[in-house]
Design a protein around this ligand. Structure first.
Ligand code: ADP
Length: 211
């Protein structure tokens, strides 16, 4: 993964752009360097897709910037590759039990189901609102305070992680249920996972550290 090219790599790109196809010997002589010195730079530039190497012909410039490489890499990561385990309760669960679960599982959002299918989402602030409103936490079911379908924003396992991140930002929410749309006709979705802002931050760190 490349985030920044060094000066020599930028020079190599310019030489290839002007003289393509060009052999590594020719690039080395333009730069007054040996082929061996250039090898790591050429390896990075071809691995990242900025240059293309054809045997016996030489190097070509593909027109891709390192930024477009990063964007392609992010788009290629699927939700299924970074999915976490969802915390799910039935609509009939009391606010008290759901709050305890939120602490025990150390999550910020809980997904709610009715007969096993996604029916809502409850976040920390939803609980705070109900507590401030003086609701009886032991008597009121979570179904009374949750954000309901069809207003739930979700993703599918095959979606790109970029799609998920855009939904989190656009809707100003912390998490997205990952659903299985097999039974789409009846609009019944099984909750199979979750994607949170932490998922995206963790991925950002991994990509940044090149792990
Ligand atoms: P917080 O309580 O920390 O602000 P969120 O920003 O995730 O957490 O939630 C804000 C509001 O959006 C809450 O009312 C919550 O029910 C709702 N919400 C959270 N996630 C979703 C989602 N995936 N789809 C629809 N609404 C959501």
């Amino acid at each position: 993964m490349i985030f920044q090219l060094n000066e020599r790599q930028e020079k190599i790109i310019n030489i290839v752009k002007k003289n393509q196809p060009i052999t590594s010997e020719a690039i080395a002589s333009e730069l007054n360097l040996t082929r061996a010195t250039l090898r790591p730079d050429l390896a990075i530039l071809t691995m990242s897709g900025i240059l293309d190497a054809r045997p016996k012909v030489g190097y070509f410039y593909t027109g891709k910037s390192s930024l477009s490489y990063i964007s392609e890499k992010i788009k290629s990561i699927k939700v299924s590759e970074v999915i976490s385990v969802p915390i799910v309760v039935d609509e009939a669960t009391s606010l008290y039990d759901a709050i305890v679960l939120m602490f025990l599982e150390d999550v910020g959002s809980i997904y709610v189901t009715n007969k096993g299918f996604l029916s809502g989402v409850v976040s920390r602030k939803d609980f705070l609102k109900s507590a401030l409103g003086g609701m009886d936490l032991n008597k009121v079911p979570i179904g009374m305070i949750m954000t309901r379908m069809p207003n739930i924003i979700y993703v599918e396992a095959e979606d790109s992680i970029l799609t998920a991140a855009i939904k989190l930002i656009d809707h100003e929410i912390d998490s997205l249920p990952v659903v299985d749309e097999n039974s789409e006709e009846e609009k019944n979705y099984k909750v199979i996972g979750r994607i949170t802002k932490t998922t995206i931050t963790r991925l950002f760190v991994e990509l940044g550290k090149n792990e």
